[in-house]
Design a protein around this ligand. Sequence first.
Ligand code: UD1
Length: 426
Amino acid sequence: MEVKDEMLPDKLLIHGGRKLNGTIDVQGAKNSALPVIASALLLCDETLTLGAVPHLYDINTMKQLLESLGAQVSFENHHMKIYVPEKISYNASVELVRKMRASSIVLGPLTARCGKCLLPLPGGCDLGDRPLDFHLKALTKMGAEVELSHGSIITSVNGRLKGADVRFDFPSVGATQNIMMAATLAEGTTYIDNAAKEPEIVNLADTLRLMGADIKGDGTETIRVIGTEKLHSAKNTIMPDRIEAITYLLAGVMTEGAVCVRGIDSNLFSAVLDKMADAGVCLDIFKNEITAKYVTPLKNTSIKTMPFPGFPTDAQPQFMAFLTKAQGISIVEESIFNNRLNHVDDFNAMGADVRVTDNIAYITGVSSLHGASVHSFNLRAGAAMIMMGLAAHGDTIVSDLKHVWRGYENLIPKLRSLGAELEIYE
Ligand code: UD1
């Protein structure tokens, strides 16, 4: 089943103030599925089979991108099968790349597999500047020529890429994934230093190993990849989505209820759980089930977004929503992106008290929020606006939900199963 634009609404009307209670099964992680699907491009006349792939707009865009390059993809009931023939194109479609910045994840696999890649510049986005310089510098070090021409990045290499010692100035998730994939088909050994340690990197490395790649050190700051000439068919499962889990846990507590998320290891987001505990949330962790319960008025706490295992930037807007109701002054510092606090005005329109100076938000907790008409600025800010609406008194309309459907599968039925009252607003 494909998630098509016309299938999901642009606006939701939320009747706030209902406590959320119940259990949610966690979806497969969008941010793991995207690079893992792209890794199929390293194959030649072989198939990658994946389970637990979430049905989301972004996944559909990645599926279309692979199909436009010549792959045959089937996707049904979270099960994706990607056959990659011998001959594929290295030319990524402008239309699809512009739709989703994460399309840049095909750069490494295509350069390694085809000796060439033409990637229209994905451009910036509403999180601020998002350059690809680390990706390009590393590919150059591996022997690729890189040029920028007519708004596209063009990479080319004579023969195979060469193993190299790569060091990133910052542990970029996308650059680590791109270079780790490229290195699997390179001649010789690649070391990636100051690599990102996110669990999604490990899920990708596991998939590559199942395809025959020789990778060690994923999940640590140095990854070593010994290149090989050919990878083979494999099957793997997408890991659970830690950001989805965090969103539902926080939404439960914000509405003074108790939500359990099932099917995820708490170690994937202990930085967030620690801060929830600081704020007075009662946590119950048993195997792969985590329950967060509101027991007492929330207290202020502070966070700074950091690379894994630090506090994830993708949970920052949702955590800030939660803090709008915590007594005292909380501080949220966004250190990964330079424009990821643009949800604040809409928070304040709902009665929150947040001031921003230099990428730091100061949140004075309020005893109640009220409904308003607000926007979903991006994927996670959109989820945060929905949380605000659920916790507010009165009705809230959240518009521009197309961003939210990029990352949350079945959000409306999941929230309704927890007791939320919301309807599609025409
Ligand atoms: C991935 C996630 C995104 C998450 C982010 C940080 C996916 C599909 N997206 O994005 O949801 O918010 O990690 O955890 O998995 N940078 C450079 N030059 C580069 C690359 C990055 O300066 O070549 C900077 C970026 O501008 C940003 C920081 O590094 O300030 C982190 O970006 P990065 O980790 O690369 O994020 P993405 O992989 O794009």
